[in-house]
Design a protein around this ligand. Sequence first.
Ligand code: CP
Ligand code: NVA
Length: 305
Amino acid sequence: MRHVLTLLELSAAEIDRIFIIAEDLKAKFEKGLREPILPGRVMALLFEKPSLRTRVSFESCMAHLGGATQFLGADVGWGKRESIADFAGVLGQYVDVIVCRANRHSRVEELARHAQCPVINGLTDEAHPCQALADLFTLREVCGALPGRKLAYVGDANNVARSLAVACAKLSVRLSLASPEGYALDAGFLAEILRDSPQAEIELTDDPAEAVQKADGVYTDVWTSMGQEAEEDERRRVFAPYQVNAALMSRVPRTAVFLHCLPARRGEEVTDDVIDGPQSRVLQQAANRLHAQKGLLAWLLGSQG
Ligand code: CP
Ligand code: NVA
C-alpha cells in the first residue's frame, strides 16, 4: 500500500506512468468516454480548510471512474472526538482511499501511519503534491518532453513551491525560485530533495528578473496562504517587488507560459493582464487537476499501476 504525502514517495518512472494514464483518460474524456475503471471504490475527503479545485476535482474523478466519495468536514472531529489513530483505524476500513487537507502536515502523516488504505495529501502547510502533478502534467502538454525545461517560481516558497520543487527535481525540470529573504526554500528540505534527486537543478535567488531568464514557464502563488492571515500586512509589504506583471513577463520568451495554482489574489502576486493574457494557462492547469488525479487514482487503486 502506498501513500502520497509529498511526492518524495514516488519515483520519476512512477510519475511518468501516472502521466501516461492521465493522458489516455483525458483523451477519452474529451471524446465523451468515462470508463468506470474504479467501480465500487470509495474515497473519503477529509478537509480542515476550504477548497474548490481539490475537493470538486476529486469528487468528479471518482464519479467519472465509477466510484463514490464522502466529504467529511470538521464535524467528524478527527483528533478531537477521538485520537487520530482510532479515527484512521476505523475510517480506513470503510473506504479505499482518503484525501486529506490539514492545517498541519504531521496530522496527515499520523493519519497515514494508522489507516489501512492509501492516504493522499490534499494540501498541508508543507506540501501540495496533487497540485504539482497537475502543474508538471500541464507543462508537459505545453512544452512536450520535460527534461531540460526551465520553470521560474516567483514568490513565497510555500507548500505549492515545495511540491513543485520535488516534482521538477524528479522530472529533470530546472527550477529557479525567487523569494525575499526569510521566505526562501528551506535549506534542509532542499538538501532532502537533492539527496532524493541528485541530478536536480534548483537555483535560489532573491531576484525575480534573474529567476525568469530563459524560462519556459513563470509560476506564482498567493503571498499569504491559508492559516497565515495574521501576517497578511507584513507579507504584502515584503512581497510587493515579487509581483508577476507585464514588466516581468516581458523578460521571458513569448512562448513561455504563466501558471498559478489558484485561487489568485489579483493585483497582489499577479496582475489581471498577465493572468488573463495570452501566455496564461491557469484554466488548463486547473482542469488538469482532474486528469492528473485520475491518473494517480488509477495507478494507486486500479489495475493500471
Ligand atoms: N489549487 C487548489 O488546491 O485549489 P483549492 O484550494 O480550491 O482546492
Ligand atoms: N499556498 C496556498 C495554496 C492554495 C491552493 C495556500 O496554502 O493557501
